[in-house]
Structures are given as structure tokens and as C-alpha cells.
Ligand binder design. Structure first.
Ligand SMILES: Nc1ncnc2c1ncn2[C@@H]1O[C@H](COP(=O)(O)OP(=O)(O)O)[C@@H](O)[C@H]1O
Ligand SMILES: O=P(O)(O)OC[C@H]1O[C@](O)(COP(=O)(O)O)[C@@H](O)[C@@H]1O
Length: 303
């Protein structure tokens, strides 16, 4: 079973305006609401791919109920810890460009934290846990390490999609997959990456530090898969970008879901890229038909 963990879910409130005047009255031309947060996005795309999964984490208040009900209507299994505070709302402002204003997140109480750790203590060998997104400030730094400890104790594999120190500290525990984008990779090592050779050099460092597979996404410019014995490059399909929120999460869902369905690594890479692009070309996250349509357009070459 795949479990996605979203410590800080959100309602993603997409607001479209023709132009924006700071300090003035602006009116929306369109608005949309989606259940969000990185793990939840992964679950929604896994569900499209037919990969069995359960979404867990913390949900609370009217915003939490909206998310749980919406996921339920999509047929996604959920097992969130019910918290006293309200789940956050993240604003995604579209005015030609995309401006994101993400909430800090609710206060999580000690008994709520214990309830989540208890759920993770029930994992089994063979399970895959996807850990992604920000940590509500009240949980403090280092919380991911506790979750990784719980996964490893049970023999479950884990995927880590976060940045900075939390990512670096996770590597020694041998994550099944890490997926920085090219900007995050450069920031992680405090370097400027201005060539494909450097991308591979720093991607390989993540392998040397312990990651089992490294995906480096480069938005519309392609993606790399780095394994211990090979580097592969994929082009991305072309299309009109409507929304880049959740493209990275969709890529992870495509990759992990395909592996969990028993397919090989390159099939997983191809589906990952197609899923990311299908989301980039949609208002909401990718649906199965859109992913299937793009898969034949992804060409993978050895580097
Ligand atoms: N402009 C785009 N055109 C086509 N595909 C895209 C585009 N932006 C994102 N994608 C797809 O989504 C994947 C992840 O996007 P990226 O923006 O690199 O990740 P993140 O959201 O983590 O920053 C890419 O590898 C690609 O498949
Ligand atoms: O575009 P990405 O990085 O795949 O993830 C998008 C998701 O991440 C969020 O921006 C939240 O990110 P954080 O958890 O890092 O605050 C959600 O609003 C959105 O659903």
C-alpha cells in the first residue's frame, strides 16, 4: 500500500484576475477551490492511475472537512488525524504570472502528533510512504526525521519530497526517491548549476549520500533520472501551460504509482513526466485520460 503524508494540507484557492493593483479594489474573473498540499496531490493522481493508496496527515475545522469530503467523493481512502485548529487556505493568484501565498498552517497539539505517529507504527514492510510538503511551525524542525524513523522501523520504503536540511538529513535513511527541481538542487548545495554536467554531478551526490533514485525536474525543459548505473533524460510533451501547481507532485505520483503497479523504472519515469505535464496543461491535477494521451510523447534517452 502507498501512504501519502500531508502534515500541512490546504485548500488551494485559485483566483484569476485580469490585472492586479496593490492597495486597490480588484475583482476576480474566475475562482476555483481544490484540496491541496503536496501529499494530497500525490494521492489524487495515484488514484487516477489506479494505484491503491491512503492519504494521511492532519486535517481540522471546516477547511479540513471540505478536503476530506472532496477526497472521499473522488474515491480516495483517507485516514487523517482530526485536529482542533483549522487547516490552512493557500491562495494561488493568476494574473498572467502565478503568485502563491501559502498559509503557515494550524497549531498541532502533542496528542494529535502522537496519534499520527501511532498510525505510522502500523506500517508494514513493502509499504511505500510519500513524505512531502511543509511542516506546520508548531511541529518544529526535525519532525520528518521522526516520521522516517517510524517508516524504517517497520521496513516500509519512503519517498522524500522536501528541500534544504530536511532533505539532506533524510538521505542517510535511503529514500526510494528524491525529486528536487533544478533550482532546488542548486540551492541545496549552494551552487550555480549552469550546465547539464553540473546537474548530473550534483544529482549523483544525492545518490552517494543515500538516495536510491534521483529525479531532477526542470519544468518545461525536460527531466533527468539518475540511478547508480545510469543517467536518463526525458523530453517533456508540448502543450499550453494552464497551471503549474502540483506538477511536481503529479510527477512523483506517476513514478511511484507505476513502480507500485509492478512496471519497470523507465516506464515509471515516462509516466512521471507525462503526469507532471498533464497537470501543467490542466486547471486541476491530471486525470488518467490526459496522462495516457501524453505518455507516447515522452522520449527517454540514455545520457
Ligand atoms: N511548462 C511545462 N511544460 C511541460 N511540462 C511541464 C511544464 N512545467 C512542469 N511540467 C511537468 O511537470 C514536471 C514537474 O515540474 P517542475 O516545475 O519541474 O516541478 P516542481 O513543481 O516540483 O517545481 C516536469 O518534469 C514536467 O513533466
Ligand atoms: O507545485 P508543487 O510543489 O508540486 O506543490 C503544490 C502544493 O504545494 C502547496 O503549494 C503547499 O506547499 P507547502 O506545503 O510547501 O507550503 C499547495 O498549496 C499545493 O497544493
Amino acid at each position: 500500500m502507498i501512504y501519502t503524508v500531508t502534515l500541512n494540507p490546504s485548500i488551494d484557492y485559485i483566483v484569476e484576475v485580469e490585472f492586479i493593483e496593490l492597495g486597490g479594489l480588484n475583482r476576480m474573473t474566475r475562482d476555483m477551490k481544490f484540496p491541496g498540499g503536496k501529499g494530497i496531490n500525490v494521492s489524487r493522481v495515484l488514484n487516477q492511475l489506479g494505484a491503491e493508496n491512503t492519504a494521511i496527515g492532519f486535517l481540522g475545522g471546516f477547511t479540513g472537512r471540505y478536503i476530506d469530503e472532496t477526497l472521499g467523493r473522488e474515491g480516495i481512502r483517507t485516514d487523517f488525524v482530526d485536529i482542533a485548529d483549522d487547516t490552512r487556505i493557500n491562495v494561488k493568484l493568476k494574473h498572467g504570472d502565478e503568485t502563491e501565498i501559502n498559509g503557515l498552517g494550524p497549531v498541532i497539539r502533542p496528542e494529535e502528533t502522537d496519534a499520527l505517529l501511532h498510525k505510522l507504527s502500523q506500517l508494514q514492510a513493502g509499504d511505500i510512504v510519500v513524505l512531502s510538503g511543509s511542516v506546520p511551525p508548531s511541529l518544529g524542525p526535525g519532525f520528518y526525521e521522526r516520521l522516517i524513523g517510524a517508516c524504517r522501523k517497520s521496513g516500509a520504503e519512503f519517498v522524500m519530497d522536501t528541500t534544504g536540511e530536511a532533505l539532506m538529513k533524510a538521505l542517510v535513511h535511503r529514500p526510494l526517491l528524491v525529486k528536487p527541481n533544478h533550482h532546488e538542487l542548486a540551492e541545496l548545495f549552494g551552487v550555480v548549476i549552469d550546465s547539464n554536467e553540473l546537474l548530473v554531478t550534483y544529482g549523483r551526490k544525492l545518490l552517494e549520500e543515500g538516495a536510491q533514485h534521483v529525479l531532477i525536474s526542470m519544468a518545461g525543459e525536460g527531466a533527468l533520472l539518475i540511478t547508480t548505473d545510469q543517467v536518463y533524460h526525458a523530453n517533456v510533451p508540448s502543450g499550453t501551460v494552464r497551471n503549474s501547481v502540483g506538477a511536481g507532485d503529479s510527477m512523483i505520483a506517476g513514478f511511484v504509482g507505476t513502480l507500485a503497479l509492478g512496471k519497470d523504472l523507465l516506464e515509471a519515469f515516462r509516466t512521471g513526466v507525462a503526469s507532471g505535464s498533464a497537470t501543467a496543461f490542466s486547471d486541476d491535477l491530471a486525470v488518467k485520460e490526459a496522462i495516457d494521451r501524453l505518455i507516447p510523447q515522452v522520449n527517454i534517452t540514455k545520457w
